[in-house]
Design a protein around this ligand. Structure first.
Ligand SMILES: [Fe+2]
Ligand SMILES: [Fe+2]
Ligand SMILES: [Fe+2]
Length: 434
């Protein structure tokens, strides 16, 4: 499957997924991208640097996965929340840092809220903050100042004044000067709020291709799973558990090595659409009412749409998004029937259920493996051969699932769920920050 696709397609789909977390911020990532790109161009960034600042801007708040974390970022000067300000940059960096394609973007994101006057402070433990981080910071603050209910040109003077007031304190002077050169041009402001902003970004970036092979897809899926799972302590390791049980079931059922890898990726991404569901519902300590359940049903719809925007991923999209469909047509969101559900989708449905039952939930304790398999064997609408395969290999598959979840918990979860200082000391201890 060595397809060449524009990397922007993959990153835009993730960026759209992150924007689902908070509808009041819809398109924040895209507007910030356009502003940062324009300032970077004004500063004569090279092609490579332009590409990296676009990728960084599109994902810059991926570490602010909770609405509460995001709220403190709405104030132009952040109030008193310097911990939140720094910690989500670190979290974002951590989420992206294992991806070869996004490594440079991760470095930009790490410091995207550092004030110009702060950059020599010892606690940041760094010699140099990339200029791109200062560009991203200013672009982000400009977008926060924009009132989307008012005419954009009417706001130009106010925004310029606010930014100039912080020149040399919050913002790097040269970066402000680049913005000052752009500000008199009306088209710059019209572009920021125009409804075709997706196209604008795609056009600028269409020449940067990425090979869509299993390795790159896995790196992408890992980023997706970190964003999803670090949102709620109850599902912190869920995706990896689903990925490993689904790929071992697939291998037992005769899938090729390549398809087992794709199944692993589908498992990592199956709950991407949960970014659209509020934490209040995800963490409700009791049964859901009808209205809440209707909202829950949207998550696999969003998973489908998000993956669908990346060309060449039809198989992974279906496996990931059909995990709540049932063979008798009673599932959601497509009400597919047996003849429309291939073996991969059936495997993922059972792996999701098995992993979920063995995990703690806000409304119940984790079930034993035996209790979980009993429930699965007695659930209608699931594939009998896949059920049988899980039953016969229960101990082995459960062990693979358990170990993978434990490893992920140890390697990332504690770091990402902590505040800045703790996160920082852990990253330093683990050698990930020099
Ligand atoms: Fe941010
Ligand atoms: Fe932001
Ligand atoms: Fe689900």
């Amino acid at each position: 499957m060595d397809l060449q696709i524009p990397i922007i397609n993959m990153v835009l789909s993730l960026s759209g997924a992150i924007d689902l977390i908070d509808r009041s911020l819809t398109n924040h990532h895209k507007r910030v991208t356009y502003i940062a790109f324009s300032i970077a161009k004004q500063l004569n960034f090279s092609d490579r640097e332009l590409k990296d600042i676009v990728l960084a801007s599109l994902l810059h708040d991926c570490g602010a996965v909770n609405v509460s974390e995001r709220n403190s970022l709405f104030e132009f000067d952040y109030g008193n929340s310097s911990i939140q300000r720094h910690s989500h940059g670190y979290k974002g960096w951590f989420i992206l840092s294992d991806s070869e394609e996004l490594k440079a973007a991760a470095e930009i994101i790490k410091f995207h809220h550092v004030f110009w006057e702060e950059q020599d402070e010892g606690y940041l433990h760094t010699d140099e903050i990339p200029i791109a981080s200062h560009v991203l910071h200013l672009a982000d603050r400009i977008d926060i100042l924009i009132n989307r209910n008012k005419e954009i040109l009417d706001q130009r003077k106010f925004i310029l004044n606010q930014v100039e007031r912080c020149k040399g304190t919050m913002f790097m002077p040269e970066v402000v000067e680049a913005f000052e050169a752009l500000a008199p041009k009306p088209y710059f402001w019209f572009d920021i709020v125009n409804p075709y902003i997706d196209e604008l970004i795609k056009n600028e970036m269409s020449s940067y291709l990425v090979t869509l092979n299993n390795k790159n897809l896995l790196e992408f899926a890992n980023v997706a799973h970190r964003i999803i799972d670090f949102r709620s302590k109850f599902t912190a390791t869920h995706s990896i558990g689903v990925a490993t049980s689904a790929s071992s079931l697939a291998s037992k059922l005769g899938f090729s090595k390549e398809d087992c890898e794709l199944m692993h990726c589908a498992g990592l991404m199956h709950d991407l659409g949960k970014l659209a569901i509020s934490e209040r519902i995800l963490e409700k300590p009791g049964p859901l009412d009808k209205h809440e359940y209707n909202i829950i049903k949207t998550h696999t719809y969003h998973t489908y749409r998000i993956i669908d925007s990346i060309p060449g991923l039809g198989k992974v999209r279906n496996w990931a998004a059909f995990h709540h469909e049932k063979l008798d047509g009673s599932g959601y969101p497509f009400r597919l029937k047996a003849d429309e559900l291939d073996l991969g989708s059936r495997i993922l449905a059972i792996s999701d259920m098995f992993t979920a039952l063995t995990e703690e939930r806000p409304y119940r304790r984790a079930l034993s493996v035996n209790a979980a398999i009993d429930i699965i064997m007695n659930t209608k609408g699931l594939d009998p051969d896949v059920k049988d395969c899980l039953y016969k290999n229960l101990e082995e598959i459960n062990e693979i699932r358990r170990v993978s979840q434990e490893n992920i918990f140890l390697s990332c979860h504690e770091v990402l769920n902590s505040q800045y200082d703790f996160a920082y000391s852990q990253l330093k201890l683990s050698g990930q920050i020099k």
